[in-house]
Ligand binder design. Sequence first.
Ligand SMILES: CC(C)(COP(=O)(O)OP(=O)(O)OC[C@H]1O[C@@H](n2cnc3c(N)ncnc32)[C@H](O)[C@@H]1OP(=O)(O)O)[C@@H](O)C(=O)NCCC(=O)NCCS
Length: 390
Amino acid sequence: MEQLLEDVRVLDLTHVWYGPWCTLMLAEMGADVIKIEPPWGSLGRLSQRGPMYGGASPTFHHLNLNKKDIAFDMKNEKGKKIFNQLVEKSDVVVTNFVPGTMERLGIGYEDLKKIKPDIIYAALSGFGETGPYTKRPSYAMIAESLAGFTRQQGDNVDPDGPPYTMTGAFGDLAPGTMAAMAIIAALRYRDKTGKGQKIDVAQLDTMFAYNVNTTTYFVSGKDEATRRIEQDAFRKNIINIGGIHPVKDGHIFLMGFRAKGMEKLKQVLDVDEVTKEMVLDLIKDMTRQEASDFFADIGLPCSMINYASESTSDPHLLARGMVIDMNHPLLGDYKAVNFPIKFSETPGVVHSPAPLLGEHNELILKEYLGYSDEEIQELYKTGVISQRLT
Ligand SMILES: CC(C)(COP(=O)(O)OP(=O)(O)OC[C@H]1O[C@@H](n2cnc3c(N)ncnc32)[C@H](O)[C@@H]1OP(=O)(O)O)[C@@H](O)C(=O)NCCC(=O)NCCS
């Protein structure tokens, strides 16, 4: 089946969450993504949250679907040669090391441009390639905290209480998605003009922009105290009947933002104005399912508040094909998460599980670069390349 990015080859030097998420987007839209790991394996193979299975973290299994894998030592001259040979045959290079790491390896943008002038080089980092924080290491929570999210998360519970970490690593996934979008735009520009370029994506810049209404509000000159007063009024007057509400078997999330739905609710309750108390009373003996079905019928946005484990059997998600059957050499049959976007002509496809370390060494060295069996054996013997298939 034809794939959107099937003629695009990506060299994926990314190692944990943010970068692998970016290259996953490209791989799921059909790009040939070659994951390059050090011989000892990348950081993302280790578990950051939760247990390991099939020799890797759950994150690794998800973020590396559809990718090929080659493991070589780029600090070794022969390893660097392999990388440079691959650059000649590729369109995009993506990294999420601290700025300066690629240059120390002798494979920064200026070096790679000499090998492939139209290369698109995406440097993903915590703080970007310029500015006072540039050399600092980072993780999602660092960008979330600096951009205001962690404090705001706490404010949602109690403005006078402590800050709370956001769940879900959005400080990785949001900039990773932006990076994938930027790479595709740069490919379009290259195809039009023949020119490659460097893309500098900072987690902090992206998270600052992603904190949409809050950042915009404050850059307009307002202060925190004014915001708290206005936010309070907003909660009381506009959110009105919405929010997290208790029901018989847990909680639901209701949004009162829909004129048609609110009119219908007034009719059902036979009142001119609906209060939060009326809503709470109406749903107190309902289950989550009953309450969310009730509001869905009325036309108000509402959901059950699920455990993530419950969402994996949600009938709508299953009907949309979001959970797929996969087979992994160490895990056997297992379920994986599908690409979330539907294209009518060129559907995204998940065709292979996350690769084992160096699983495609031979394929890439022989078929892409023309190495002989003897040369490959020599690379194994001298520790330039490695493989772990069990
Ligand atoms: C995530 C992070 C903190 C991890 O730190 P780290 O693993 O020490 O990463 P660094 O970029 O500092 O260094 C990677 C090292 O591996 C080496 N390396 C990577 N691939 C290699 C390969 N194939 N062969 C040999 N060495 C390799 C690099 O040369 C570098 O070595 P050096 O420290 O001697 O220069 C850091 O990479 C970072 O801040 N990245 C930017 C923000 C980010 O993406 N954060 C993660 C979001 S989840």
